[in-house]
Design a protein around this ligand. Structure first.
Ligand code: HPA
Length: 248
């Protein structure tokens, strides 16, 4: 079963034929909301809105451990696709572009980043050389091509703490570090998925030029972000539908 985590602007999936919702209890507290079960095409899917169904939970307060546990262990998802909005840093990644990132740099702090809290017999180290599952990324790219959505193959996703946006100087530093897009939720989602041994990949929709770039030179317009997301999240939706329509 495939799980979709919806980010900002995607609190529901219109193509999801909903069967029921379930409040999943976890050893790590409350997930962002009830898990929504249903079908897209012929395929069973579970959906969770990362920031809550009313978009009330800021990125630094999302209970990532509970969310990932609820999807993988509670609902039994064997693949997790994240949909997330990001700011564009690289010149070809402007507003409206969809990108399937292949790398992460983590600038977050104070988040619970592991299920291993030192009370287990064994310390857990995961390999994280490639933070996104390679095969699932390939399937997302193929699904995008199949439904006629241009999706950029590969980007370095910088995860910042938020909830504030970055300063122009911070974005310059992110670029010097090698980052191509910037968002606030990529971590610890990706490493928790790896700990749970569930393939995880992301569809990132560029909502705005990162601070100091393009039309965000002096400020980032929230009205414009909303406009762009309204239009571009449709592309992410179509990729998900393509993924669900593919031979499983
Ligand atoms: N920075 C961080 N997170 C974001 C941005 C941004 O510019 N746009 C959407 N999510």
């Amino acid at each position: 079963m495939l799980a979709i985590i919806g980010g900002s602007g995607l609190t529901q999936l219109s193509s999801l034929d909903i069967s029921h919702r379930e409040v999943v209890r976890t050893p790590y507290g409350e997930p962002s909301g009830a898990v929504t079960y249903g079908r897209i095409g012929g395929r069973e899917v579970v959906f969770l809105a990362r920031h809550g169904y009313g978009h009330t939970i800021p990125p630094h307060l999302v209970n990532y451990r509970a969310n990932m546990w609820a999807l993988a262990k509670g609902a039994g998802a064997d693949h997790i696709v994240s949909v997330a909005s990001v700011g564009g840093i690289r010149a070809d990644l402007g507003p409206g572009v969809v990108v399937i990132p292949n790398q992460i740099i983590d600038y977050t702090w104070g988040r619970y980043v592991t299920y291993s809290n030192g009370d287990d017999a064994q310390v857990v180290h995961i390999d994280f050389t490639e933070p996104y599952d390679r095969a699932l990324r390939e399937r997302l790219l193929a699904a995008a091509a199949g439904v006629g959505v241009d999706a950029v193959d590969g980007a370095v996703y910088a995860t910042t703490q938020g909830p504030r946006l970055e300063t122009a100087a911070e974005v310059n530093r992110l670029e010097r570090d090698g980052a191509d897009v910037v968002g606030m939720t990529g971590m610890p989602e990706a490493c928790l998925a790896r700990e749970l041994d569930v393939p995880y990949a992301a569809i990132c929709v560029v909502a705005n030029w990162a601070a100091g770039r393009g039309d965000s030179e002096h400020a980032i317009s929230f009205d414009r972000i909303e406009e762009v997301l309204k239009e571009s999240l449709g592309k992410a939706r179509r990729i998900v539908e393509g993924l669900c329509g593919e031979a499983a």
